[in-house]
Design a protein. Structure first.
Length: 247
């Protein structure tokens, strides 16, 4: 019998050691030769020089392998009608889960390493330039957009919210929400669209749920347009109304 030689690596646990032996021998993880893997596992334990706290987990796995090995060596009864469950199934499941998390940790480590190599240039805009505020012409902001067109879209979305109300469940009772402040909604929308172009006005409002939320969001857009944070345009007749952030 040939003598097996092992390189003393550091393994994070019994599953890590088992996975190493399976990959080293190119075994099929779904059809583990339990006799061979148990022999190699026990031979490796003989070479370990760890304290009992570390060794205890490895010894528990050794007992599990021996139990599986014994069950597989027992003769099967021919009278059994139902197919007997493979004694290795739980072990295979644990190995697959461990392998998945192990390689996921490698991906996270690589992402962390790549992020560490990213450098950003600090802001170098002179304070006097940064403080310059472009004067806003409300007429230029509105262009060909009329309040009537904006109101038509608003009314359409408002009717959609009313249609969503369940006539039966709505009578069960209501849960009162905290009041939605216009200032908070302006900050929310401003952060959401900052630096973006060609945002569909209907889509932006349509993502708001609730009648009060929809009304306050509409007022917030008008206030942001008035203060020059965004501009509303319509590129073609009867086309969608688009929003561009000026920040």
């Amino acid at each position: 019998m040939n003598k097996l030689e092992y390189k003393l690596d550091t393994f994070e646990g019994p599953l890590d050691l088992l996975l190493h032996l399976i990959e080293k021998n190119k075994f099929n993880i779904f059809d583990i030769p339990i006799v061979q893997i148990t022999e190699q596992y026990l031979a490796y334990l003989d070479t370990m020089e760890e304290d009992m706290d570390v060794m205890s987990d490895f010894l528990v796995m050794a007992a599990t392998l021996i139990s599986i090995k014994s069950r597989m060596l027992l003769p099967k009864e021919e009278k059994e009608e139902e197919e007997e469950e493979d004694p290795r199934s739980e072990l295979v499941k644990s190995l697959l889960e461990y392998k998945m998390y192990k390689y996921a940790s490698y991906e996270l480590k690589d992402m962390s390493y790549d992020a560490g190599n990213s450098f950003y240039k600090s802001e170098t805009i002179p304070p006097e330039v940064k403080q310059i505020k472009q004067e806003v012409d409300p007429g230029e902001l509105l262009q060909d957009i009329t309040m009537q067109k904006l109101n038509e879209i608003f009314q359409t979305l408002l009717r959609r919210e009313i249609d969503r109300v369940d006539p039966v469940r709505s009578k069960f009772g209501t849960i009162k929400r905290d009041e939605i402040r216009l200032e908070d909604k302006m900050v929310e929308i401003r952060n959401e669209i900052r630096g973006l172009k060609s945002i569909n006005f209907r889509t932006l409002l349509g993502s708001r749920r609730g009648k009060v939320n929809l009304i306050v969001s509409f007022l917030a857009i008008l206030e942001l347009m008035k203060s020059g944070v965004l501009v509303i345009r319509q590129d073609e007749m009867f086309g969608d109304i688009m929003i561009d952030s000026l920040e």
